[in-house]
Design a protein around this ligand. Structure first.
Ligand code: ZN
Length: 320
């Protein structure tokens, strides 16, 4: 059996050779899903027979399961080979892919299929149980979307407001986190910081009043007055750089055509790429995305379109 995070194809040719059949793709998913060997989702037993159809039949309780059940691949009519090609394409392109280019490159019958495939992959771009940022972290908000006359300050019109946290890594930027927020209120910004940043960290913001009180929530809150920024020195350079790269990506890869209701998932994709931008091997992203894909539950097309928000529904947001 294959082993470890280093187990990914280095080139397109190796990828093509290795994942040429449904069986090969299925075996790889089985390894990612059960790295220590099969475990029955019903009784936890660790042995199974393989049926003629390639299902796993638990030797303890006879429960039959497939390697894709309970993952983002569940109920998909697309062959695993297509899924694997999509993951390869999406992770090997430095700036990702629009649904239209994915449809063309894979020869998919409809735009809708390509769009849904990408949306499902975006749900796998956040590793369940990932760490929060720590150390010294800059936090700010930015607008995404078309400019609108008369909207200024921190009011949101048709534009979307995105909260950004960026970890310091010496003079460079470490990992980032982003979230769509309805408005720059205390509830939303404190909620974002609590989800994104480990308590005990230093949180550096501007003097916007909604950030007040972070000190009582376990953070060391460092505030820089706007005046200091006006001297020509950017006091929050990491969040601002991440924000401008985000906007460039939205305009470039997606032509700015992202609706507010789906924006959160595009942010997840941006963050997934940004946090791995220095990775020398794109194959690592391929490995990670597939690894997350077998750990994330399925969503139906209806849920993708209507944006029934599983993990986000639980969060309290001040919709103002
Ligand atoms: Zn069982």
């Amino acid at each position: 059996m294959s082993g470890g995070v280093k187990d990914y194809p280095r080139t397109l040719q190796r990828f093509e050779d290795r994942f040429a059949t449904e069986e090969a793709c299925g075996e790889h998913l089985a390894f990612l899903r059960w790295p220590e060997g099969f475990r029955c989702p019903r009784c936890g037993n660790q042995a199974a027979w393989r049926t003629a159809k390639g299902l796993f039949r638990c030797t303890g309780c006879d429960y039959k399961t497939s390697v894709t059940a309970g993952t983002i691949f569940q109920d998909s009519r697309l062959p695993l080979r297509i899924w694997f090609r999509a993951v390869w394409w999406v992770t090997s392109q430095k700036t990702g892919s629009s649904a239209l280019s994915l449809q063309r490159i894979l020869g998919l019958g409809s735009y809708r299929t390509a769009w849904a495939l990408l949306q499902k992959l975006r749900r796998a771009m956040v590793r369940p149980g990932r760490d929060r940022l720590s150390g010294r972290v800059e936090v700010d908000e930015t607008y995404v979307g078309g400019k609108e006359a008369g909207v200024y300050g921190r009011k949101v019109g048709k534009k979307a407001l995105v909260a950004i946290a960026a970890q310091e890594d010496g003079k460079k930027t470490g990992r980032v986190r982003m979230r769509l927020i309805a408005r720059a209120s205390k509830v939303n910004l404190h909620g974002f910081v609590l989800d994104a940043v480990e308590p005990g960290s230093i949180v550096h913001t501007d003097a916007w009043p909604s950030y007040e009180g972070l000190g009582e929530k376990g953070y060391t809150h460092e505030v820089t007055e706007i005046k200091a920024c006006e001297q020509g020195v950017d006091m929050l350079p990491r969040v601002h750089r991440a924000a401008s790269l985000l906007k460039r990506w939205m305009l470039g890869t997606h032509q700015g055509a992202v609706s507010k209701e789906h924006l959160d998932y595009y942010l997840d994709e941006f963050v997934f790429r940004f946090n791995r931008r220095t990775s020398r091997h794109r194959g690592k992203l391929f490995y990670r995305l597939l690894q997350n894909a077998v750990a994330v539950p399925p969503s139906t097309y209806k849920a993708l379109v209507k944006h029934v928000r599983g993990r986000r529904a639980a969060r309290s947001q001040d919709m103002g």
